[in-house]
Every structure is written in C-alpha cells, then in structure tokens.
Design a protein around this ligand. Structure first.
Ligand code: PHB
Ligand code: FE
Length: 345
C-alpha cells in the first residue's frame, strides 16, 4: 500500500485567518470603500451601513440607514467621541474612555448582551479617530452635509458620488472664554458667511451696548446669544459660548432628530431657549424606557448621569446645554460618590 506523504499541519493564527478573510472581501460596494476596525467590518451601500462583528460561533451583523449613520459618525469625529456613550442606534456605538475608546455592538442592549451577541473592542483614541475620519470622507457624497437639517441638505443615498470635505471638516468651535473677545472665537454675521436661518427670521439682531466704567474699558464683554444662535448653520452641535473654570455653556440649534442617543457620564442641564424639544429618556446600560420630557421655552431640566437620551424637534429650536467638564466626574459617579441626579426635591 502506497504511503501517504507525510504532511506537516500548521494551525493558522487568528491574524493569518483574518488577513485571508480580508483578502476575500470586496474592496468596494456601490463605489464605497469597505473598512475594518480591529475585528469590526464596516460596509456601506446605496442605502445602508452594515456592521459585522465576531460572536461565539461566527459573526453577527447589524444594518443602519446610511444617513443616520453618517450624522452620528460626524458627531463622533467633530466631538472627539464626546462625553460618555455615543449610541448610533440601539445596537452600535462608542464609549469614550478618555485616551482610549470602546466600540461596541449590542453591549448596551439587554436583548443582545444577555444572549451572547454583544461585542466590545477598545482602541487608542487617535487610531480609531483616524479610521472613522477615513470612513466619513469616503462615505459622504457631494451635496450631503451630515450636520445640516434634512431639509437644508442634499441626499446621503445612492452610489458613491464625489465627496464633501468642507462639510465634514467642521469641529466644535474652540471658544476659550466667550465668542467675540479679542483673540477668541469669532461672532457670527452676514460678513462671516452666517446668514440668519430661515426659522429665526424674527430674532432681533441688535448687539448689546457695553458701557464700562473708566478704567475697565476692554475688560467687559457681552454679545447677543439669540443673534449668535439664529445664525447657526448646523444642528445638534453644542458649541462652547462661555467658559468659567469647568462650567461650559454649550448652546445649540436643534431640528429633526439628535443623530445620536447620548449615554451621559455626568449630569447635564438643559435650558430650552425657544420652540420645543421632546426627549426620549432610557436607562443608559440596558436601554429600558425611563421617561419622556417635553421641553417648552423657559423649561429647565437636569438630565441624570445614568441615562441615555435622544431629542426630537419639529421646528428649529434653541437649546442651552450646560456641561460640567470636571475631569474625574465619570469615575466619581462610577464609584457611587455622587448620586446620578443633582437635586432632591
Ligand atoms: C446631549 O447629549 O446632551 C446633547 C447632544 C447634542 C445636542 C444636544 C444635547 O445637540
Ligand atoms: Fe447628553
């Protein structure tokens, strides 16, 4: 009987298997680049983004509408992964570990997590940031602005069609104390390319008169916040307008849906300055419903440190988000040193 040739078998490493699988994947779908981030596979097509992650016996996938995905990704890029958790939807998102960032699939969704379908992977923040900027640059078509209200921008859909670098290169306004102070971020006017938004045509455009006592000239500053906000060309993008130690006023103009479901890692105060926003509030860890809050002009709410929330605004509205940037706050809440709500009535 003929002898079988001796065969030396070698088990493939996970890395070898990964690169073998990667070499079998298409480079592009509908013109869009296919991306990996660690073990995650991200693909977009004409209408959807598909995210695939490893589970115990193989892989699991999740589909998100491309417009919503790009609006959420834009916020992660512009806000440097923001505070706490940025849920793109009920399954996929990022958690800021401040220096590192966790990407998760189903981790903060009981139905996935309790059934072994969740996945998390932690990256150095600059590594993940580089990759998500590449994704945004490739997947945003010409004419689509992920920061704009849906009625003020073109479509996110269809086969790959150009790009919109100008739109995706916007970051939070880096105000050091207040806009308009010499050397600080600029105020907005027609001359700076910020016309009054269609929804705020009735907002007064007068500037405050500043009358300083002799000797205090140049030390007093004021600007009209309503005028400033009426000229915002973006939605759901809190930008710093006053800094007092760790106290940041971050007003923003809101229209349609907050593109992320934000999982707070500290208390946030909301002051509704105009129109109306409805908030859907859920438990941060499990996603179980907690409350609905309807905010009308003048209403003030403290959003607890252990919730996730998403806002809905039929008309463009002005909202003041008051953030506490004290560096060790998330740890103090985690250790139970601070209650997740700021006041007891
Ligand atoms: C929030 O998560 O508190 C938040 C984020 C963006 C906004 C408003 C509120 O535009
Ligand atoms: Fe929030």
């Amino acid at each position: 009987m003929a002898q079988q040739p001796h065969m030396k078998t070698k088990t493939k490493s996970a890395q070898e298997l990964r690169s073998e699988v990667a070499s079998l994947l298409p480079q592009r779908v509908a013109g869009y680049k296919v991306f990996t981030l660690g073990e995650l596979l991200l693909q977009r097509d004409e209408y959807f983004v598909h995210i695939t992650w490893p589970v115990k016996d193989g892989h699991h996938s999740h589909t998100i509408s491309a417009d919503g995905f790009l609006r959420a990704l834009m916020r992660d890029v512009a806000w440097g992964f923001f505070y706490g958790i940025v849920n793109f939807d009920h399954v996929f998102g990022t958690r800021n570990l401040y220096g590192k960032v966790e990407f998760f699939c189903g981790r903060y969704n009981d139905a996935y997590h309790e059934n072994g379908l969740s996945y998390v992977e932690v990256f150095e923040s600059p590594v993940a940031m580089k990759r998500i900027k590449e994704i945004l640059a490739d997947w945003v078509n010409e004419g689509f602005d992920p920061f704009a209200a849906p009625v003020e921008t073109g479509s996110a859909f269809g086969e790959k069609n150009g790009s919109n670098e100008k739109a995706i290169d916007r970051y939070r306004v880096p105000t050091r104390r207040m806009p308009g102070i010499p050397g600080d971020s600029p105020l907005r006017s027609d001359a700076t390319g910020h016309p009054v938004n269609r929804a705020f045509a009735d907002v007064g455009q007068d500037d405050p008169r500043i009358e300083a006592e002799p000797g205090f000239e140049g030390e007093l500053h004021a600007f009209s916040l309503f005028k400033y906000l009426s000229r915002s060309d973006v939605t759901w993008n809190p930008s710093v307008t006053s800094v007092c130690k760790a106290s940041l006023f971050c007003p923003t103009t809101e229209e349609y849906i907050l593109p992320i479901i934000h999982g707070n890692d500290r208390v946030e105060w909301f002051v509704q300055l105009s129109d109306e926003i409805n908030w859907e509030i859920r438990d941060r860890e499990t996603g179980r419903p907690r409350a609905r809050v309807v905010m009308k002009p003048g209403d003030v709410a403290a959003m607890p440190a252990d919730i996730r929330h998403q806002g809905f605004a039929r008309k463009r509205s002005m909202l003041l988000v008051w953030e506490n940037a004290t560096p060790d706050l998330p740890k103090r809440y985690e250790r139970g040193e601070l209650k997740p709500w700021p006041v007891d009535f």
